[in-house]
Design a protein around this ligand. Structure first.
Ligand code: ADP
Length: 261
């Protein structure tokens, strides 16, 4: 998109020429569009559980309250939808904090310890789905300069996705290795994979390959954009490779502590 300004150039009170100024506003338009889409998506996601809550409350007030069994069922749904709303608002808050405060409080962090801890905390959920959770870790890796809570959250989000999008009996592997001035951590699954046309967009806010499936599993499509912001705010980068019906691998890097001091 090109914006063009035209201004006459005067000499002796006569127009002697014109000045043309071209501005490429493609990026600006794209940003404006993204912001508008974000607000529309957020509003829609907030509205859906509210509509459900309102509907059930009205039915209760219109007489269903007298039936104890029905009431309990309705209140359970209301409770679940309220939880969904809370999770959405929490994720939106995290995202806005990450977007406005790009500087993290960082310290030397041992990623191997965090990986082991998160794996132990999530092991039961993997067992329930009969998915093998394997750690493929070297004896030592250098300390990274990072915020340990954020590193934990990144791993939880990536492992949560690996668990959600891998069918029963699959395998998820977490690895870590040193790579020049960084430590690279990978989370690999043998799950459903991501179509190549969707790959470039999965880190966008609210982007989901299969909206219905993600929603059913409680997702809003915000997890990976939160992960990307966290990684980048700590000076790292993230990438993904995926083959449909075979599996996906997410890699992220964090700067070595001694490299940045
Ligand atoms: P969601 O809450 O929907 O999981 P995310 O931002 O975490 O949101 O992920 C965005 C989308 O990327 C998901 O809806 C899913 O389609 C896809 N995705 C993420 N991780 C995986 C994975 N390990 N395997 C297959 N698809 C994935």
């Amino acid at each position: 998109v090109i914006q063009c300004y035209i201004a006459p150039v005067y000499r002796d009170k006569k127009i002697s020429g014109i000045t043309l100024v071209f501005h490429d506003i493609t990026k600006l338009r794209k940003l404006e569009q993204m912001r508008a889409d974000f607000v529309a998506n957020a509003s829609h996601e907030l509205r859906t559980p509210l509509t459900v809550i309102k509907g059930y409350v009205e039915t209760l007030l219109n007489g269903a309250l007298d039936d104890r069994q029905v009431s309990e069922k309705f209140v359970t749904v209301i409770d679940e939808e309220a939880d969904r709303l809370k999770r959405l608002v929490d994720e939106l808050l995290t995202l806005s904090q990450l977007e406005s405060n790009r500087q993290e409080a960082e310290e030397p962090v041992l990623v191997l310890g965090i990986i082991t801890l998160v794996a132990e905390e999530m092991r039961q959920r993997f067992q329930e789905k009969q998915i093998a959770l394997e750690l493929n870790l070297p004896g030592v890796v250098p300390q990274v300069k990072a915020n340990p809570d954020r590193v934990k959250q990144i791993l939880v989000n990536l492992l949560d996705n690996a668990l959600k999008y891998t069918p029963y009996g699959g395998r998820v592997t977490v690895g870590a290795e040193e790579e020049e001035n960084f430590v690279r951590i990978c989370v690999q699954d043998t799950g459903m994979g991501i179509p190549s046309e969707d790959l470039p967009r999965i880190f966008e806010r609210f982007y989901r390959v299969d909206k219905a499936r993600s929603r059913q599993m409680g997702g809003f499509g915000l997890g990976l954009s939160i992960v990307k912001h966290m990684v980048e705010n700590m000076g790292g980068s993230i990438r993904v490779e995926s083959t449909l019906n075979e599996g996906s691998t997410f890699w992220f890097t964090l700067p070595k502590y001694e490299a940045v001091g």
